[in-house]
Write a protein that binds this ligand. Structure first.
Ligand SMILES: Cc1cc2nc3c(=O)[nH]c(=O)nc-3n(C[C@H](O)[C@H](O)[C@H](O)COP(=O)(O)O)c2cc1C
Length: 249
């Protein structure tokens, strides 16, 4: 179709980066400017990015994103740049105060959704830009397990909240880059109205497809997803969100 769509339809997360390669300042700026130009609710720009390239700071981030069982995420250290995407009503608060009133939106679920969507769109823009330059990327949601430490380490002020990270780097030469299969298209794109038929059979086939893709006969996608989602996790977030000045009700 065209190069952009081809790139987006064939993308895959990369977790093996050449630790010796840095991004040139021009490349980093191009990615960040693409991310900044993403659509933003009411043009309010309730997002910020902390750019982490320094080895000591990446070491910290590696520690913060290590899973509770001790499994580390070496890609966090080996990437060339780690971008931390933050919901940012700190700037909005300044603006609203200058207009002699106070901020209300940050105390609502709508405010959280607006900020999260702005951050998500900007994250994807950075991803597409980086991949268009032959770089690899992987999003890092594990930052949310260490929200409090991250807020302290990166000096995030009141009315900001870290949501997700993005590793950007040069893929190692032997990195497997096949796109991971998704559920059948009709379960995602519903024509005219929502419809989900024979989902049982769809899942049976998808489990087989993913197991083959992962080259692991034991792998069962539905079991993996269930192991994540049968419980709540990161339940500390509401308290921390309030502590950051979001009086959510
Ligand atoms: C918000 C978000 C958070 C993620 N967090 C992590 C993470 O902490 N560590 C990781 O290795 N991958 C993480 N991923 C990558 C997903 O595992 C990956 O996108 C998914 O398995 C689909 O594979 P693909 O990106 O290769 O298509 C995250 C992805 C998203 C969108």
């Amino acid at each position: 179709m065209n190069k952009t769509i081809e790139q987006m339809q064939n993308r895959a997360s990369v977790r093996s980066f050449d630790p010796n390669k840095k991004l040139s300042p021009e490349i980093l700026e191009a990615i960040l400017k693409a991310a900044q130009q993403s659509p933003t609710s009411v043009s309010g720009q309730q997002y910020s990015v902390i750019v982490i390239e320094d080895e000591a700071q990446k070491d910290k981030m590696l520690e913060f994103t290590t899973f509770s069982g001790g499994r580390t995420q070496p890609h966090v250290k080996d990437c060339s740049a780690f971008l931390l995407f933050v919901i940012d009503y700190h700037k909005t608060d300044f603006i609203v105060k200058k207009e002699n009133t106070s901020l209300g939106i940050s105390n609502s679920l709508e405010g959280l959704l607006v900020g999260s969507v702005d951050v998500g769109i900007s994250l994807e823009a950075a991803t597409v830009a980086a991949e268009s330059l032959g770089l690899g990327t992987v999003c890092i949601g594990a930052v949310r397990q260490a929200t409090e430490k991250i807020i302290a380490e990166f000096k995030l002020p009141a009315l900001t909240f870290p949501i997700v990270g993005l590793c950007i780097g040069y893929p190692l030469e032997n990195t497997k880059l096949a796109p991971k299969p998704r559920l059948p298209f009709h379960t995602f794109a519903h024509k005219h109205h929502y419809q989900l038929e024979n989902f049982d059979l769809v899942l049976e086939q998808y489990n087989k497809d993913l197991s083959k893709f992962m080259e692991n006969p034991e792998f069962k996608w539905t079991a993996t997803i269930t192991s994540y989602y049968h419980n709540m996790y990161n339940t500390h977030l509401l308290e921390l969100y309030k502590k950051q000045g979001f009086d959510i009700r």
